[in-house]
Design a protein around this ligand. Sequence first.
Ligand code: FE2
Length: 156
Amino acid sequence: MTQTATDLSPTAQAAIADALNQCVAETTVTTMLAQNFHWNVTGMAFGSLHALFQTIYEDHFTGQDDLAERIKALDGHAEGTLAGMIKRSKVAEYAGHADDRTMIKTLQQAEETLAATLAAAGELAAEHGDALTEDLCIARGQTHEKFAWMLRAHLA
Ligand SMILES: [Fe+2]
């Protein structure tokens, strides 16, 4: 049966909030990854990659906020520290200089990781009858798969 955020049991709310915190953490680390590459990209494709990386980090900045605010609707605590997010995230920061292909590949893999994390969070929400969180996770997951495709297309 479909349930709203406030109808869910505290156990279900906590489990879904934890899964969403994983999504927020990885979205935030990927936001920084895209901004890092937006700043540091070089090469003949500078203009288009600089713009694409900006499109990605602007989308992710909005996405992390939507996910964190869903945690609040579920009466959870939104992890708000970078240290906590980095610790939890399966996506890692990128230190040092990368060439353009490495940037694209690194970001593509981050988008694929995010799509999988969002899909799993959506599945968990569905198991608890939380269709509204499931819907948010599906929408975010689709966006990450779209960016993964756009990045992958550069390397074909
Ligand atoms: Fe900029």
